[in-house]
Each structure stands twice: as C-alpha cells, then as structure tokens.
Design a protein around this ligand. Structure first.
Ligand SMILES: Cc1cc2nc3c(=O)[nH]c(=O)nc-3n(C[C@H](O)[C@H](O)[C@H](O)COP(=O)(O)OP(=O)(O)OC[C@H]3O[C@@H](n4cnc5c(N)ncnc54)[C@H](O)[C@@H]3O)c2cc1C
Length: 353
C-alpha cells in the first residue's frame, strides 16, 4: 500500500496544477488518472484540440477567402481533413507528454486507473486490466472534471449524433451540420466546420447566442458568424434528434410552438457539460452531490469530509481551465497552511471562434 500526504484524483488543469503546487510545497504527492494520457478534458478533448482545429481552419479560410485581396493566388486549394486531424492529434500528444514531464520533474507519482474512495483516507485505484492498488493519503483533492451534457430526445450515439469529443475527430468534413446550443463550445466547433465549407445551422433555445453573456456581444457575434454563412434558429426548443443512417433529423418547436424539422449529415449536441463523479465512491465518505451534480464545497473548497477537497468543473462556478488551475493552487496553499485567495469576479471568459 502506498502512502501520500496529498493524492489528487483527475489530471486535468485543476488536478495537475494542484499536484505540482503540492509537490513544490514539500508534500509527497500522487496523481490518479483513469485515462492512459494525462491532461484531462482540456488537453485531450477540449481547449487544446479545439484551438488546433481553429488554427488550421483559419489558415484554410484565409487562403480561400482573403489571399486574393493581397494579390496571392493559389491553384487547386483543398483540405486534407485527415491530415488536419492528425496534426491536431500530434499537438495533443505533445501537450500531454509535457504533463508527464512535469510530473516526473516534480517527483509526483502517477497512478493510472479509476480512483474510488474506500474511506476518507483510502482509495483503490483500478487499472484497465482490473488490477487494484490501495492508496492512503492524509488529504485528497478531487478534480474529476465534467463530461458533455444532453437532454432527453437528443442522446448522443457518437456516430451521427455527436458531442464535442467526436466533433474533434470526424473522418470527413460534413456537408451540413446542425449544432444544438449556441454557447461557447457549439460556436467554436461550428466555426471550425463553417470555415471548412460545412453548412452550419445553430439551434438555440434562448433568444440570443452566448445567452449567458451580455446580449450586445451575442448580437455582434451573430453578425460575424453570419459572414461565415452560419444560420441561426433562436428560441427553438429541440424535441428529438434521429439518426437515419446517413443523415440526422432534428425536430424542434419554434417560438410559436410550431413543429419544425432540420436535416443534416451530423448533429453536434453542445448544450453544456455536467460534473463527473461516476465510480468515485463518494457514498463511502458521505460526500453528497447537489441537484446539478456538483460536489458541494465551502469557501476553502473543502467537502463535507474535511480532509477531502474538490476543484474545477466538478464543483460550482465557471467550467474553465484557468478557474480549475487557480483552485488547484488555492487548495495546495491552503493545505500548506498559507492564506491564498481567489477573486471569482475576475475570471475572464473567452468565446473562441
Ligand atoms: C471543446 C472544448 C473546448 C474548451 N475550451 C476551453 C478554453 O478554450 N478555455 C478554457 O478555459 N476552458 C475550455 N474548456 C473547458 C475545460 O476543458 C474545462 O473547464 C477543464 O478541463 C476543467 O478541468 P478539470 O481539471 O476540472 O477537469 P477535466 O479536465 O475534465 O479533467 C478531469 C480528469 O479526471 C479524470 N477522472 C475522472 N474521474 C476519475 C476517477 N474516479 N479516477 C481517476 N481519474 C478520473 C478524467 O479522466 C479527466 O482526465 C473547453 C472544453 C471543451 C469540451
């Protein structure tokens, strides 16, 4: 059985930053990750791959639409999407390897497997072959993140009805894509495909895109995205999404409650993310989740079990990498008896398109 001062569960931006800060502060630290690569949602299927594709699609878009204005002419311009996705994969790979390096450099033990509480000082780590290791620790930091959300009727099948994860690794550039949800993730990936020539149709329940932000920004962004020929159906409530084999049909109620339907080759469900706590064994340590699926924490990010902390997407607040990172540093310094603080009013939020 291995014994640590601090064990972090989850290696996303919250978890790996917390682990590094704990190690820097002199704690014997371990990090547990159920996937084969470190870095969590952000590095594997979030921030980094989406930016890699935004970058590539911007190059193509400029070459197709803007070069001629500069007197630069190209013959036979085309997209090799397989290569674009391969480049994205290699960016992800390099970034994840960077986290491996940082773990080694800071002498943090990396344990691959599902971390699950047995009691408040013990977890089991079960690897993908079913082998179990017991780990004891004075403190734990839960940083298990989130996964894509969906509502009844729009369950992703990961083939034609997809989430952001599949949208980052499609085998082809769709002719037409419906994006359910005009929030940050839907608009980011929608603009990637629109630049590559996909006809993108955004269906949004609210009467504006990026509805949680200032309305004037939604209006301005609509104007910009319409130039990419993205179409918007606002105030539409999606009822059902059906995979027809080679196409999808989305039925929705418009603002007059009239049923309308849309057809495309793919439907990207981008209606937000939900906290991820499956398999964590929270019931064994008496930690409850609230009606939004979040782990409840106090101002010091302590759960109801005082030696167990939680940070990042799995608790309340903005689901953003830098928020998770700051909470990771905060908790490590708190455990070390320092007096850190976070100002939740000063977290920048960016819509990347
Ligand atoms: C397409 C997309 C684009 C995004 N772009 C941005 C952006 O530009 N900027 C930004 O700030 N945010 C962005 N985000 C959000 C960002 O990815 C998250 O806010 C961030 O990853 C949250 O970090 P986290 O450490 O809380 O959890 P995560 O990154 O979700 O990591 C949690 C890790 O815990 C592991 N895990 C879960 N349960 C267990 C267990 N029981 N045992 C062991 N391991 C476990 C998971 O496998 C995962 O690796 C984006 C998200 C998506 C989907």
């Amino acid at each position: 059985m291995s014994k640590y001062d601090v064990t972090v569960i989850g290696s996303g931006p919250g978890g790996y930053v917390a682990a590094i800060r704990c190690a820097q502060l002199g704690f014997k630290t371990a990090i547990v990750e159920k996937y084969s690569t470190l870095g969590g949602t952000c590095l594997n299927v979030g921030c980094i791959p989406s930016k890699a594709l935004l970058d590539s699609s911007e190059h193509y878009h400029n070459a197709a639409k803007n070069f001629e204005d500069h007197g630069v002419f190209l013959k036979d311009l085309k997209v090799d999407f397989k290569k674009m996705v391969e480049r994205k994969n290699s960016v992800v790979d390099q970034t994840c390897k960077g986290i491996d390096y940082l773990m080694g450099k800071n002498k943090i033990d990396v344990l691959h497997g599902l971390g699950s509480f047995v009691d408040k000082n013990t977890i089991t780590v079960t690897d993908d072959k079913g082998k179990q290791t017991k780990v004891t620790s004075d403190k734990f930091i839960i940083a298990t993140g989130s996964k894509p959300n969906y509502f009844p009727g729009m369950e992703p099948d990961k083939k034609r009805i997809i989430t952001s994860t599949e949208a980052l690794s499609l085998k082809e550039v769709p002719k037409k894509m419906i994006v359910i949800g005009g929030g940050v993730i839907g608009l980011e990936l929608g603009s990637v495909y629109a630049r590559l020539g996909t006809e993108v149709q955004v269906i949004e329940f609210a009467d504006s895109i990026i509805p949680t932000m200032d309305k004037t920004m939604g209006k301005e962004l609509t104007r910009v995205l319409k130039k990419l020929k993205i179409k918007f159906s606002l105030s539409h409530k999606v009822q059902k999404v059906t995979n027809n084999g080679k196409s999808v049909t989305v039925t929705a109620l418009d603002k007059k409650d009239k049923e309308v339907s849309f057809e495309a080759d793919y439907c990207l469900v981008a209606v937000g993310r939900k906290p991820y706590t499956e398999g964590l064994g929270l019931e064994n340590v008496g930690i409850k989740i609230n009606e939004r699926g979040q782990i409840e924490v106090n101002d010091f990010l302590q759960t109801s079990s005082e030696n167990i902390y939680a940070i990042g997407d799995v608790i309340r607040g903005a689901m953003l990498a830098h928020k998770a990172e700051d909470e990771g540093v905060f908790v490590a310094e708190k455990i070390a008896g320092q007096n850190p603080h976070i100002n939740y009013d000063l977290i920048p939020g960016v819509v990347y398109t």
